[in-house]
Every structure is written in C-alpha cells, then in structure tokens.
Design a protein around this ligand. Structure first.
Ligand code: FAD
Length: 445
C-alpha cells in the first residue's frame, strides 16, 4: 500500500459548516490544516437547506463562498471522499491513516463539465434531494459541490462506457483504487455533525409508509430553488398541497425512542419553513402542532411572533397517530392540550415531521473520546473549555458536540480553533525547549 505523507498542525474531521469554520479560523492564523470529509463534496447539511433562520438568507449563497474559501486557502489541504481508518499517538501528537475511496474519475483532470453525467443512462434516487429527485450513476454531487468533480457510483454502474467516450479530458478510470494518506498532526478537531431521527422511527406517524408524510430535511429540499421539482409539490402524487401540518418533537424529547433531549433547532426550522411556505403557496393553510415552542436565540422570539402574525396556526396538541385516507391525505389524530385534552382528527394534504438531531458518527473507539448518555461527544468542562474533549489535543465542534444551530456551530468552531491553536503553541514550545536542550547537551560532549 503506497502511503502519501502529510504533516499538518491540525486535522479537521468533517466538512460541514462547523468543520469548515474551524479549518478557516486555524488556517487564517497561519496553521497548516488538513480537512477530511467522507462525502464527495464539503458543505454538510447546511448546503442542502433552503434558507436559514432567523435572517432568511439563501443558504447556498452563504455556504458556497465558505466552501470555496476552504478549497482555495493556501494553508488547507482538502481531502474529500476520505475517512480516517486508524489513529496512533506519536509523542505529543497523532498520526492518522486516511483512506480516499476511488471516484473512478481522475480528480486532478476533471473540470466538472458534466458531459459524463448527461451521457449516463442510469437514474438513481438522489441522496442530496432526500430520495425525491434523481441523479445519474456518474455525477457531480450537486450544482455547487466543492470540489466540482464527478464521482462514479460503481455499485450501480452498468459499465456501458458512454461516460468514458464523451469525457473531453479522458478522466474516467474504471481501474482506480483507493489511495492512502498518513497524516501527522498535533491537534484534531472533530466536526462530524449529525443525522436526523429516521422518519419511520415513530411507527404511529406512518412516515416511510405514507408518501405524503415527510421530514424537515425533505421540506428543505422542496423549498430550495434547486430542489427536485422546482416547486413545493407533495411527493405522493405531485399535487400542490393546500393544507400543510408540522408535527413537533417527532424524534426528540421522546423517552419511547430513547431520545430524551431537545434538538433545539426543530421549533425554529418549522417556523422558518412555515413562513417560506406562506410565500411559496399563499393560499395554503399551515398548522404547527406543538407541545412547547422553544425560541432561545437572539431575534428568535420575534421570528415566532412574526409567524403568528402572518396567520400560521399554532395548535398546542400532542399528536398520537397519523393515518392516511383513500386520497393519500394524512389524517392527524391529536390531543388538543388547550381544549381540555379533547381528541380530534384533522386531514391535511402534507405532513412534515420535525425530526430531531442524532449524532452523525461515534468517534469513541477510533479517537478514544467517550460519548455522553445522549450519544454526543463528552465535553468534560463545558463552562471553561467548551470544545475540549477528554483526550488531550482532540477538540469537538458543531453538532458532534450536541444539538445546535448554525450560529452556535460557528461560535463553537471559533472556540475550537482557539483552543487547538493554544494546544499547538504549547506543543511547539515543548518541542523547541527539548531541541535546544539536546543541542546544549551535544555542545558539552
Ligand atoms: C431540517 C433542518 C433545518 C435546519 N435549518 C436551520 C436554519 O435555518 N438555521 C440554523 O441555524 N440551523 C438550521 N439547522 C441546523 C443546522 O443544519 C446545523 O446546525 C448545522 O448544519 C451543523 O453543522 P455541522 O457542521 O455541525 O454538521 P453537518 O452539517 O452534519 O456536517 C458534518 C460533516 O461531517 C461529515 N462527516 C461525518 N462523519 C464523518 C467522518 N467519520 N469522517 C469524515 N467526515 C465525516 C459529514 O459528511 C458532513 O459533511 C437545521 C437542521 C435541520 C435538520
């Protein structure tokens, strides 16, 4: 196995908004950084969102410049489609063995022209669009992907060779194998993010079974200008929905699922989506079924009050069950908490489950950092060192540390970069002292 060797000050694991921000904060201070991302592009979940609360900025417009800054920074080496396979201590720092999966496309020569994609005859459900749209077996992952390089899904490729014939630069390489890197680093920042609660986790809500019961990330794609249909349509039959309901805490604060914590972003993203839907479908009725509304951040309560003033209906109620009628309309059975716990059934065209945030990756065995009871990385002294893990030199940021929004992820990444920088400086001075001691001892010989 040929090993390509890199030496850096800090290794960042995960290229979502938190990892990108930590990488930029360290690189801007002059530290050498390697950023390892397991997917074919950086950007994480944020690049797939429509707009962001509380400002309603276009998500792609604010994420793409960060992705580009990471890719072009002279102090950052970007390693996409890569995962850390092994980690060892090396006298004050760490050595990581990283594997880069084959893209079957020569990355250095690909210009992202997408000729291969247009020629490919295989359509697959698009992961980026949460299964609602299609993409080809060979494709650039999405329009603003960084790097703009095609990746071929060998599992689903029929080896017809059409991509190879049309590629103007001869980039398709069916013989490509994995590459391996050995990265020596002083500090590590974990930014491995989250997955959402599987939408079929609560069987009584019928998601996974009913096409018109979707999750919050699917609604983000329906609302995005680059979304699968270019318009908000319900996935079951392509009909424009006239009545849309949100079910809050569908995968958080739920002891039956073993997820007892609040995911912190679901109230705000449901309110945001409801506002965006009022703009996209002005005649639609929008209802949010909730137990408590939690609007903890700066400007968030005003955001909620604006949504109420816009006519979005907030119903304090506990949704017990969702079924489907003969027209594929979801029927919500709800205990109305403000109406003496009366049980009512209401029919909607589309139901969105406000699913919660689960840890995206458990770094426990590989990185030797324990997870807390909720599965997120333990931070032993959150009030003093909010990004320091239990292992020296390993820091954590973003949702890998616990549910948080983008603002808090960016703030914590600044803290992680600052704590990592202090650790690197202390390490470098220890090395300098021991080197000068060694020189003095040699001079005495
Ligand atoms: C439906 C929905 C809507 C939202 N809307 C908003 C909003 O409007 N405003 C707001 O402030 N917040 C919003 N959020 C929250 C926001 O998405 C998160 O705060 C933010 O994306 C966290 O970024 P992150 O970098 O920590 O995680 P992620 O975005 O999950 O990034 C983690 C990255 O790490 C990579 N990775 C994971 N494991 C590994 C590994 N082992 N090796 C290498 N790479 C790895 C992943 O592929 C990913 O690229 C929303 C969340 C949801 C679910």
């Amino acid at each position: 196995m040929a090993l390509e060797k890199l030496q850096v000050d800090s290794l960042i694991v995960g290229g979502g908004i938190a990892g990108m921000q930590a990488a930029l904060d360290l690189a801007d201070q002059g530290y050498q950084v390697a950023l390892v991302e397991k997917e074919a592009s950086i950007g994480g979940k944020m690049i797939a969102l429509s707009k962001v609360f509380p400002t309603l900025d276009c998500c792609s417009c604010i994420t793409t410049p960060k992705m580009s800054a990471v890719a072009h920074h002279e102090n950052i080496q970007l390693l996409t489609y890569c995962e850390v396979q092994a980690l060892e201590e090396n006298g004050g720092g760490y050595t990581a063995l990283v594997e880069k999966k084959p893209r079957y496309v020569i990355e250095e020569d690909c210009t992202g022209c997408r000729e291969c994609e247009y020629a490919c005859p295989i359509d697959l459900p698009s992961d980026f669009d949460r299964g609602m749209g299609a993409y080809r077996a060979v494709r650039v992952p999405f329009s603003t992907a960084v790097p703009q390089v095609a990746t071929l899904d060998i599992e689903n490729c029929i080896l017809c060779g059409k991509c190879e014939k049309v590629c103007p630069h001869g980039c398709i390489d069916f013989t490509q194998t994995a590459r391996h890197f050995e990265i020596e680093t002083t500090a590590i920042v974990l930014a491995t993010g989250f997955e959402v609660t599987p939408k079929d986790a609560k069987k009584e809500y019928g998601a996974g079974q009913f096409d018109n019961v979707i999750d919050g990330l699917m609604m983000e794609r329906l609302l995005a200008p680059t979304g699968p249909y270019g318009h908000v349509l319900r996935p079951g039959d392509g009909k424009e929905p006239d009545s849309i309901a949100y079910v809050q805490c569908a995968g958080s604060r739920d002891a039956t699922l073993g997820i007892e914590y609040c995911s912190r972003v679901c109230c705000m993203y449901a309110i945001k989506q409801a506002m965006l839907l009022s703009g996209a479908l002005p005649l639609a009725d929008i209802t949010i079924y909730y137990m408590d509304i939690r609007t903890f951040g700066k400007g968030y309560e005003q955001f909620y009050q604006t949504a109420r003033a816009m006519g979005i209906e907030f119903v304090k109620g506990k949704v017990a069950q969702i079924t489907e009628d003969e027209n594929k309309n979801p029927v919500v059975r709800v205990e109305m908490l403000d109406e003496g716990s009366k049980i009512v059934e209401r029919t909607h065209d589309l139901v969105v489950l406000s699913v919660g945030l689960l840890p995206g990756y458990n770094p426990g065995s590989l990185y030797g950092v324990p997870a807390a009871d909720d599965g997120f990385v333990t931070v032993p002294s959150p009030n003093i060192s909010p990004s320091e893990t239990a292992r020296p030199g390993i820091f954590v940021t973003g949702v890998a540390a616990g549910p948080m929004d983008i603002v808090d992820s960016i703030v914590l990444s600044g803290a992680a970069a600052s704590e990592a920088a202090a650790y690197i400086e202390a390490h470098n001075s220890r090395v300098a002292v021991s080197e000068s001691k060694g020189k003095k001892e040699l001079a005495h010989v």
